[in-house]
Design a protein around this ligand. Structure first.
Ligand code: WTA
Length: 652
């Protein structure tokens, strides 16, 4: 007999966790969830049928759920594959769908954004208010000489003006490129350069963990000696009362430039394939890649997945903890919730400030119904024990989500029991900056296996294959690939079409190579095993080994470095560095411990606080192939006490 979700687990019973890590049990959704779901079991079957029968029609119908200025001629243009194009000839603007159209609907006076600052201040915007604010900044951008086709770098923490800047940029047809405020001046500078950004939007500072983080000074450092044509204007939002230096005429205050602007503004009519944003993400080379996403296909993909995976209803209050600087923030904090006319919640600060119940407090106070977060955050919060969530009324929550890295059974169980009352389904969504939208995920009506990301969503054709592209048998690990293009897919790598081909399309011809290892069980459930390439996922953030190594190697004591990922109880993965030193290092440093500290600080200076090195080990040399490539796999196997595998390619 099948049991309901709540009956299935006795989390406190000893051995339950152990049992769960070999979980074969299936959690079934409660009948009330199934009955109320946007996509019913029958609807799901029909969607899968249609996607199998007429894939293009399936996505065309998804496009018809949105508003367009002009209809497309072709749903999918694959004539220049792998540079696929979607809805070519179609005219649209994602901001028309996210804002403009709501002003003529009952959503006009509904809350679009609830924002809470770390000190406890809060700002709320109805759709109409957000629309007016966006229009004023759109007009300001135009007045400052930014237009269609330009790039605007947004180096901002989670504050309302970040959303305003994104939407205003897209509204006038320019492309935004967000840079997470934890990145260093150097990383920011590289991104501004690569994107040839005409403008940078930033803040004086923001609140994090009870302190004021100075942001504008990082921008100042990043712009020292920057080439002409880049960052001609810097717009500074007032947030934390930091004493900043304004370099005239380059720097202007946000409040000054919007003050004189009108609160209506025309929305640029864009081609479906015009660029909406660039988002830099780590790859296997030392240089971050600028993923190019476009207006048309992206809005279609995120809208459909948002409504189905998160089962959005008009009364929902949706809280995704991602920073808007990452793809999850773009797709599921900003764009998809606004397109769907949902209320989205954003929090500025640290989850442990002032105490470990800050997020639970936010959920209770605003009546959050859907909570979408990352395993690393759950692991951090569960350390403090269930008494923190217990202090708050979390009864409004009806659906949970997870993204960014594999969720371990312990964290899954804790989230399910203490936040989800042992009844809310958990949508463990697999996707990437490249995919733009959720690709493999349970639906609220699906049976769930903890640790599994469920099955490919309708319209997504995934597979687990060997290096020749042949499917591997159920239960076996292999490469995760996507066999057909999808609307929200990355279109190109900015300035690097060859890199685009090589990274994603040439590894296994004819399919998209995701760079993840996965396994699929007998029932078709996918389990993500981790990265196949040299990319680390630390606390849900992607960092390339090569990036970290390159940063280490700029230190004068370092001759050569190799970085590997090692398991970490909170962050999922942590970086360990193996370093070969230059001969002269001893002249500078008294002992090794001091040098270790210095190297860890150095990486932080180079890449910003997200680049955390957990351990440094000094070696006389690194294992290499005959052709001189560092064998990180060997270092990792040694570190974890695993079999070395085939080492015949080693130098000696
Ligand atoms: C990993 C984040 C396991 C994966 C949206 C992927 C996951 C990388 C999951 C993309 C998940 C993402 N389970 N692993 N549910 N979701 N990943 O580009 O390795 O920041 O390739 O996009 O995160 O990270 P990105």
């Amino acid at each position: 007999m099948k049991k309901s979700a709540s009956q299935d687990v006795a989390p406190d019973a000893s051995g339950a966790l152990d049992a769960l890590s070999h979980e074969e049990r299936v959690f079934r959704p409660l009948p009330k969830v199934v009955l109320g779901a946007n996509l019913s079991p029958r609807g799901l079957e029909a969607a899968q049928d249609q996607a199998a029968r007429d894939y293009l029609k399936f996505w065309e119908e998804a496009a018809c759920e949105l508003d367009w200025y002009g209809r497309w001629d072709t749903v999918l243009d694959d004539s220049q594959a792998p540079f696929y194009k979607w809805f070519t000839g179609g005219k649209c603007n994602i901001v028309y769908n996210a804002l403009d159209r709501h002003i003529a609907s009952p959503n006009k006076n509904k809350l679009a954004l609830i924002w809470e600052g770390e000190p406890g201040d809060s700002r709320k915007f109805t759709y109409y208010e957000l629309y007016r604010e966006v229009n004023r900044f759109a007009n300001a951008l135009r007045s400052l000489g930014v237009g269609k086709g330009d790039r605007v770098v947004i180096y901002m923490p989670p504050v309302p003006e970040t959303v305003v800047a994104m939407l205003a940029t897209a509204k006038i047809g320019a492309a935004h490129s967000l840079v997470f405020a934890g990145f260093s001046a150097k990383s920011l500078r590289n991104r501004i350069h690569d994107a040839k950004a005409k403008m940078v939007v930033t803040v004086d500072g923001f609140y994090r963990n009870g302190r004021v983080v100075n942001v504008k000074s990082v921008v100042d450092e990043a712009l020292i000696g920057i080439r002409g044509g880049c960052a001609e204007t810097v717009v500074v939002v007032h947030r934390a009362g930091v004493d900043i230096e304004l370099t005239e005429p380059r720097d202007v205050r946000y409040e000054d430039v919007v003050r004189q602007e009108r609160s209506d503004a025309s929305t640029e009519v864009m081609d479906a394939e015009d660029t909406l944003f660039l988002l830099y993400s780590s790859g296997t080379t030392g240089k971050p890649k600028g993923m190019v996403h476009t207006h048309g296909g992206y809005m279609v993909g995120i809208n459909r997945t948002f409504r189905w995976v998160f089962d959005i209803k008009p009364t929902d209050i949706f809280y995704c903890t991602a920073d808007p600087g990452w793809i999850t923030g773009h797709s599921y904090v900003v764009y998809a919730p606004l397109i769907a006319g949902t209320t989205t919640v954003m929090y500025e600060g640290h989850p442990l400030y002032p105490q470990a119940d800050r997020l639970w407090d936010i959920i209770a106070r605003y009546g959050v119904t859907i909570f979408y977060t990352a395993p690393t955050l759950i692991r951090m919060l569960m350390r403090f024990g269930p008494q923190y969530p217990k202090r708050h009324d979390l009864s409004t929550v009806r659906l949970l989500g997870s993204v960014g890295e594999p969720i371990n059974p312990e964290a899954w169980l804790w989230l399910h029991k203490h936040i989800g009352r042992s009844e809310c389904p958990i949508m463990d969504t697999w996707w990437q900056t490249e995919t733009g939208m959720c690709m493999i995920s349970p639906l609220p009506i699906s049976p769930i296996k903890p640790g599994s990301v469920g099955k490919p969503l309708p319209g997504v054709e995934a597979a687990v294959v060997d290096k020749n592209g042949q499917p591997v048998p159920p239960g076996m690990g292999g490469f995760l690939v996507i066999k057909k293009p999808w609307p929200a897919m990355v279109r190109n790598l900015y300035n690097s079409p060859e890199g685009f081909r090589e990274t994603y399309w040439d590894k296994i011809p004819g399919v998209y190579f995701a760079g993840d290892m996965a396994r699929k069980d007998e029932d078709g459930f996918y389990f993500i095993q981790g990265r196949a390439d040299d990319v680390l996922v630390i606390a849900g953030h992607r960092l390339g080994n090569a990036e970290l190594e390159a940063a280490l190697e700029t230190h004068k004591a370092v001759n050569e470095a190799a970085i590997i990922g090692v398991p970490d109880p909170i962050k999922g993965e942590a970086a360990k560095a193996f370093v070969v030193l230059n001969d002269n290092w001893r002249q500078e440093f008294e002992n090794e411990d001091e040098l270790v500290k210095e190297l860890i600080k150095h990486i932080r200076r180079e890449l910003g606080p997200i680049a955390v090195i957990k351990a440094v080990e000094f070696r006389d040399k690194l294992p290499k192939t005959r052709s001189g490539k560092i064998m990180r796999r060997v270092l990792k196997a040694e570190e974890l006490g695993q079999e070395l595998g085939d080492i015949s390619v080693l130098e000696d």
